[in-house]
Design a protein around this ligand. Structure first.
Ligand SMILES: NC(=O)c1ccc[n+]([C@@H]2O[C@H](COP(=O)([O-])OP(=O)(O)OC[C@H]3O[C@@H](n4cnc5c(N)ncnc54)[C@H](OP(=O)(O)O)[C@@H]3O)[C@@H](O)[C@H]2O)c1
Length: 310
């Protein structure tokens, strides 16, 4: 299959390109500012995805069997800093891609977030549960889901993903990369003991997305995540152990939501996802946290510091 991939240089997009290559697909990958090589991308194109005409021309020129949208302003704080740019990338772009998918009869795989839920519930959220976003990023993701569903109901599937683990092309995007950067510069990262997430590896999510490119019988909003729910603090401890660092080399400060009441208003306490629908349909299996982190790499920006530790 020919796959048109946006966000090919991102955490998920780069993992998707590798997974698609393993399945023998040809990926045309759009990047923004990234200049390096990307394994699995047969043809790399530089494209400003806020330019609707240029995006449309690139998709039509590719004439793909599937469009995979991994581009976004994916960090909630960055959405608050530039809401208009975030709206263009997080809502207008997926709506445009959905219209193109409908026009081309192409499959569309779009990514949304667990954050469409408010995180006040003790039990996992199912795909049919009513979303209740509490920050701008989450409101935009929900708006994108609705725009995609409206424009390409017969072709699109949107996956709500959780906190993602993995090695990003720039080595600065994901949680272990940010923790290692903090430790390398002598900082003590603060992690919540009372915010619970069900993390997933970007590589594992990418396998799910490739499967969904290859079959068209799953549509609408669906959930995927890992096999375990744990606090951000406990996840940080597991990452410290994975990289065999001591508490002295890699300190962590435990904080609670009550310590940061203003920030907590826009942060969800507990985001468990019910993944039983996709788990029952697909070959890819949800992974434990240990499986997700065992192959994580030390990113280039901190290698000198890391390998200098005795
Ligand atoms: N990461 C998570 O924990 C997480 C959790 C749940 C859901 N998600 C969702 O999963 C999807 C992928 O997230 P991610 O973490 O992989 O994102 P990411 O690592 O932040 O990557 C974002 C991608 O978007 C591209 N991009 C941004 N602006 C662009 C522009 N104007 N023109 C062209 N490309 C542009 C970037 O390209 P350049 O870098 O080349 O500029 C990059 O490839 C998003 O929809 C996100 O909301 C992520």
């Amino acid at each position: 299959m020919i796959l048109f991939l946006t966000g090919a240089s991102g955490l998920v997009g780069s993992a998707f390109a590798r997974a698609a290559l393993r399945r023998g697909h040809r990926v045309v990958g759009a990047v923004g500012s990234y200049e390096g090589e990307l394994e699995g991308v047969a043809k790399k194109i530089s494209l400003d995805l806020t330019d609707e005409a240029a995006t449309t021309a690139a998709v039509l020129d590719t004439f793909p069997d599937a469009i995979v949208n991994c581009a976004a302003v994916s960090v909630p704080e960055q959405c608050e800093l530039d809401p208009a740019r975030a709206q263009t990338l997080n809502v207008t772009l997926p709506a445009t891609l959905a219209r193109l998918a409908h026009h081309l009869s192409a499959r569309l795989i779009h990514l949304s977030s667990e954050q469409v839920f408010d995180g006040t519930r003790a039990t996992p959220y199912a795909p049919g549960d009513t979303p209740s976003p509490i920050n701008l990023y989450a409101r935009q993701k929900l708006e994108s889901e609705r725009a995609v569903r409206a424009a390409a109901p017969e072709f699109a599937v949107t996956i709500r993903a959780p906190l993602l683990m993995g090695d990003s092309p720039g080595g600065k995007r994901s949680l272990h990369e940010r923790l290692l950067a903090d430790w390398a510069s002598g900082k003590t990262p603060r992690l919540y003991t009372d915010e619970f997430r069900q993390p997933c590896a970007a590589e594992n999510l990418a396998e799910v997305m490739v499967e969904l490119c290859e079959r068209r019988d799953v549509r609408g909003e669906q959930h995927w995540a890992g096999a375990e729910l744990l606090s951000r603090y406990d996840l940080g401890v597991k990452l410290r152990e994975r990289f065999k660092l001591t508490e002295k080399q890699a300190p962590l400060a435990a904080v609670t939501r009550a310590d940061t009441p203003e920030a907590a208003k826009k942060r969800q306490a507990r985001l468990g996802l019910d993944i039983s629908f996709l788990a029952g349909k697909l070959k890819t299996r949800a992974q434990t946290v240990a499986e997700q982190i065992e192959d994580l790499k030390v990113p280039p920006p901190v290698r000198e510091w890391y390998f200098g530790q005795s």
